[in-house]
Design a protein around this ligand. Structure first.
Ligand code: ADP
Ligand code: MG
Length: 241
């Protein structure tokens, strides 16, 4: 497993609801490694999505530091955050978040348009990605003309087309049936491993954490336990016994 790509230091996110303070993330420190599949596992309300959004630069922490390579995400302004997300981050959401008026191909080209890749090259690269997710025949279809699983494949293609060092996925299979869920997990973890990309997946489903190199269990905004599944496969720290 690679170097630490993201370092999370004593991070808190406290939401203020009237007079009530809700500590959604309540003092988390964690290193995420280059190339690992890291699964944030916990019950509904345990703070998984909030932590993911903080690390992905979608929200600001109330306290603490989030360091990506050497850059402090918590110190960035909105423009810098937008730039950071475009360059370094891909997203897969439970509800796919495709643009309904665009075709599958056009949806996948979006991150390349923001990066000013020339038209011909971006269409080629988007088509390559659609092939990789098994959807080349659906390139001209709009989201509503596709099944949930197909839409999630498009959104996976979009997340990976830029080859971002980190892809974040929040309950990516939450709306899919069991068979499609496993297809999607195979696809997403396979793509990440191919290019040594880091994958941070949020789930409440213990079975999906089978795909993880490390499982970070959250409870009440805190880390309850970390299970390193690379240990014993020859990649972990040296044992003492
Ligand atoms: P999970 O993804 O594990 O289900 P969340 O991170 O969405 O958990 O939420 C953690 C806690 O923070 C919950 O109690 C939730 O109600 C609260 N919370 C999340 N987002 C907000 C918000 N924008 N405003 C107020 N409370 C929030
Ligand atoms: Mg959530």
């Amino acid at each position: 497993m690679g170097e630490n790509i993201i370092r999370i230091r004593n991070v808190k996110k406290i939401y203020q609801m009237g007079s009530e303070s809700i500590p959604a993330v309540n003092g988390i420190s964690l290193n995420i490694r280059q190339g690992e599949v890291c699964c944030l596992l916990g019950k509904s309300g345990s703070g998984k999505s909030t932590l993911l959004n903080l690390v992905a630069g979608l929200e600001k922490p109330t306290e603490g530091q989030i360091i990506f390579h050497k850059k402090h995400i918590e110190r960035m302004n909105e423009d810098q955050l937008a730039d950071f997300r475009q360059k370094y981050v891909g997203f897969v959401f439970q509800s796919y978040n495709l643009l309904p008026t665009l075709t599958a191909l056009e949806n996948v080209t979006l991150p390349l348009i923001f990066k000013s890749v020339p038209v011909k090259e971006r269409n080629e690269r988007a088509m390559e990605m659609l092939k990789a997710v098994g959807l080349e025949e659906r390139a001209t279809h709009k989201p509503q003309e596709m099944s949930g699983g197909q839409q999630q494949r498009v959104s996976i293609a979009r997340a990976f087309v830029n080859r971002p060092p980190v892809v974040f996925a929040d309950e990516p299979t939450g709306n899919l049936d069991t068979r499609t869920t496993y297809e999607m997990m195979d696809l997403i973890t396979g793509l990440a491993k191919q290019n040594n990309q880091t994958l941070v997946i949020v789930t409440h489903d213990l079975e999906l954490s089978e795909y993880a190199d490390r499982i970070v269990m959250l409870q009440d905004g805190k880390i309850e336990k970390i299970e390193d599944r690379t240990k014993g496969k020859g990649e972990g720290e040296e044992g003492h016994d």
